[in-house]
Ligand binder design. Sequence first.
Ligand code: UDP
Length: 248
Amino acid sequence: MNETDRVMILDVPLDIVDMEQAAGKLAELMRRDGCSIIVTPNSEIVVNAGKDTELKGIISTADLIIPDGIGLVYASKLLGFPLKERVTGIDFLYRALGLLEKEQKSVFLLGGRPQGKGALSVAETAAMRMKERFPGLRIAGIHHGYFNDEEELKIVEEINRSGADFLCVALGSPKQEKFMGRYRGELLVKAAIGVGGSLDVWAGTVKRAPKFFRDHGLEWLYRFVKQPARYKRIAALPKFMIKVLISR
Ligand code: UDP
């Protein structure tokens, strides 16, 4: 993939990839030296990157920047460089897990709420579901996502000790991008991806929008009906489109 395969939206680069190309790129990254970083920005993250130079730097230097949001697809059309399709982080993670299973590689799951009394953590439940779906998948380790800055290095050591090939960082944005950006030099995994609330979806604590809403770019509407408290985040979408129009 070269520079011409990228589109700039509000000064943030995004790879013009469909699912097949993104999966092919992942296979290539898994063969490279060092820890590759994969980010899955949506329009909200792109707007935030404009106000957060650390976040923008991490996205801009990531090895694969997957456009996860219908707003980005519309914006790219307005700018005249249409993105091929929206590739959601959760769908891409599914592909990645299939690839890891096929290549007998292992994954470390980081993120989600810790266990309550007698209950499994979100990441533990997600791991169980992943094993049901991909029986040959090796889960090298699991850690919940509620830790302070002082604990970060211990977690990096735990990930490295686990021998995992792939790291799934589900801490929400920008925490997940910053974790990957800060520790990419120390991490021994071949690739790390930031995937927001994906472990919640695997664990069943959050439901994905039904297929109709996903197919018609209306996931935001479904989320709004289910969680009206997210209205501020949804209101960010028209603001984003206005910013893109002005930037033209
Ligand atoms: N999370 C976490 N640690 C934190 C804050 C959040 O592990 O310090 C988890 C949270 O439990 C949830 C995910 O990160 O599973 C963020 O979900 P959200 O839907 O907000 O992600 P986004 O919309 O940013 O993709």
